[in-house]
Design a binder for this molecule. Structure first.
Ligand code: AMP
Length: 384
């Protein structure tokens, strides 16, 4: 157990680091951030900051020297950078797990090898493998970069061979992966924490709706049958166990129309779809993350309330901030980002409901006020 007063190093300076640092502070730890941005969301609330590139050996060494244990809110550190950090301090989750989550090919290969279904997929590295992939997967499909994609970036939906050829030429870095389009009933995610002793706990599966490739709304719990939720929880834990995780893992899944589950992506860090846990659970995903990394006990990831989380994206949502503050029941989170570029996650709001009372689309739209979709009631409610 890391004693209070010690320093937890967090690689990455965004909102996930900010909320992890706040959780660390509440447990008596100092958070120290490695970031390229001296005054970013995480640095603003942390005891220490190393400003430097994630692959700059000098910055990585200075960061490691300032901390007792290292974790991440940002996964895309090079293998050499990870090895350097791991040679200097304990790193949780391990560099191997980051390596798997950084690369869609490694991720899908790992998942399939450990009994987790994914969308059908094929590696695409040249014209011949593109044709072979189309022949095997069929169209329409989604062509994705295998590295560095996030929030719907680095991917293209393709309906014809010509579109696939054009997208192949455009998307970088290569290789790419062609994924069959899943006609899912809904998207869900499970956040699992696992300690060094193998102890595990997981938050209830939640349902995620995206807008323009970016998470828009999370409903907790997911509006799916209990049996499906139980299978999703078991699948999330199975993946965490297979990885030998120490830390936090989000497992994003598609629920097919027949109720079967396919893993879309894994992220070995706190996840946007877990922000609701700050208010709706005695121990949030951020505290669970810090507990797992610091070797503290992991209490049950229980939920005392149901919740809806709405992301605040770009200048339009930020413009509603005064109104959000004036709306009873909306719990505001501002990430302290100076500039509200379109598509940028600027904050989120959470609305709690008594456990078991998550309303339908009309009630949710009413509760979110101006943040709900324009018509106020066009939240889909078709569920498997
Ligand atoms: P990703 O960056 O892979 O998480 O994809 C972002 C979003 O695109 C997902 O949350 C889905 O809404 C959608 N998506 C990604 N892959 C597929 C797929 N194979 N079939 C259908 N929708 C997908």
């Amino acid at each position: 157990m890391l004693p209070p007063g010690r320093t937890i190093g967090i690689v990455g300076g965004g909102q996930l680091g900010r909320m992890s640092a706040i959780a660390a502070a509440r447990l008596g730890y100092r958070a120290h951030i490695l970031t390229e941005e001296a005054h970013g969301p995480a640095a603003q609330v942390s005891a220490g900051v190393t400003v430097g590139g994630y692959d700059d050996p000098e910055a990585l060494r200075a960061f490691a020297a300032a901390v007792d244990v290292i974790t991440f809110e940002f996964e895309n550190v090079s293998a050499e950078g990870l090895d350097l950090l791991a040679g200097l301090r304990p790193v949780h989750p391990s560099p191997q797990i980051l390596g798997i989550s950084q690369d869609r090919l490694a991720e899908k290969t790992f998942l399939n090898a450990h009994g987790a279904a994914t969308a059908p997929w094929a590696e695409v590295s040249d014209d011949a493998s593109l044709d072979a992939a189309i022949a095997r997967i069929g169209l329409p499909a989604i062509l994705k970069t295998t590295r560095l994609g996030y929030d719907g970036r680095g991917q293209a939906r393709v309906a014809t061979r010509a579109e696939a050829v054009a997208a192949f030429a455009r998307l970088e870095p290569k290789p790419l992966v062609l994924e069959g389009t899943v006609d899912f009933a809904c998207e869900i995610s499970v956040v699992v924490a696992r300690g060094a002793d193998g102890q595990m706990t997981s938050f209830d599966p939640v349902e995620n709706q995206h807008a323009h490739g970016i998470l828009d709304l999370t409903f907790a719990p997911a509006r799916i049958p209990e049996e499906t939720a139980d299978r999703a929880t078991a699948l999330g834990r199975q993946v965490a166990e297979a990885l030998g995780l120490v830390g936090l893992l989000a497992v994003e899944m598609f629920v097919d129309r027949d109720g079967s589950l396919r893993v879309n992506e894994i992220a070995p860090r706190p996840h946007n779809s877990g922000h609701w846990t700050i208010e709706a659970c005695p121990v949030s995903q951020f505290e669970m993350h810090i507990r797992a990394v610091a070797g503290l006990p992991l209490p049950p990831a229980a939920r005392h309330s149901d919740a809806v989380m709405k992301n605040l994206i770009g200048p339009d949502d930020v413009a509603l901030w005064p109104e959000i503050l004036a709306t009873p029941g909306l719990i505001p989170h501002h990430y302290g980002k100076a500039e509200a570029r379109p598509g940028r996650k600027m904050g989120h709001v959470t609305r709690l409901f008594p456990r078991g009372s998550l309303p339908g689309p009309f009630g949710i739209a009413a509760a979110l006020g101006r943040l709900a979709p324009v018509e106020g009631c066009d939240l889909p409610d078709e569920r498997p």
